[in-house]
Design a protein around this ligand. Structure first.
Ligand code: IMP
Ligand code: MG
Length: 181
């Protein structure tokens, strides 16, 4: 089914270890709190499901969806919210959960947008981080795996909506027409 993967970069064990580490940091930092965990759709849905099953704290889950427009293969810097949160986050501790932090346009837009609701705090948790690609100065509070500038798929991350269900993460053979969601 996934024969067009050129190289497997991270297997299930690698990802599980990263999720363990991130969850234990969150368990420590939010002891006694009830954060609102906001997943960025669609890419974060698998990571979010694995992350929250490792949490020993009480929490709420919500989702937000954003699209970048004006560019085909890269974030253009123009981001819009296409599906909003449904929980009142005023005065709450928010943790944004993302699959991958690339140029930073999407997460900086979402962070500023959510701050507009006057939460008590907003932190960013991303499974993958590509710091070399950053255009907007934004740093994740929790980052699982730091990677070089390459396009990866699997474990929620897609290429033209494909590979999201792949349990490991790899590099596809073709990389044109990347979808950004
Ligand atoms: P940014 O606005 O450039 O930081 O883009 C972040 C979004 O682009 C992520 O939420 C992903 O949906 C998508 N993206 C960035 N890099 C990759 C990748 O290597 N594979 C799959 N999607 C990616
Ligand atoms: Mg995404």
């Amino acid at each position: 089914m996934y024969e067009d993967i050129e190289k497997v970069l991270f297997d299930e064990e690698d990802i599980s270890r990263a999720a363990d580490d991130m969850a234990s940091c969150i368990n420590n930092d939010y002891r006694g709190c009830r954060p609102v965990i906001i997943g960025v759709l669609k890419g974060s849905f698998i990571f979010l499901a694995d992350l929250v099953r490792r949490l020993e704290i009480d929490f709420m889950v919500d989702f937000i969806k954003a699209s970048s427009y004006g560019g085909n293969t890269e974030s253009s810097g123009k981001v819009k919210i296409t599906s909003d949160i449904s929980v009142d986050i005023r005065g709450r501790d928010v943790i944004i959960v993302e699959d991958i932090l690339d140029t930073g346009y999407t997460l900086s837009y979402i962070t500023e947008y959510l701050k507009g609701f006057s939460p008590h705090s907003v932190k960013i948790c991303t499974l993958f981080d590509k710091p070399g690609r950053r255009t907007v100065p934004i740093k994740p509070d929790y980052a699982g795996i730091v990677i070089d500038d390459m396009f990866i798929v699997g474990y929620g991350l897609d290429y033209n909506e494909k590979y999201r269900g792949m349990p490991y993460v790899g590099v596809p053979k073709t990389q044109s027409n990347k979808t950004k969601e």
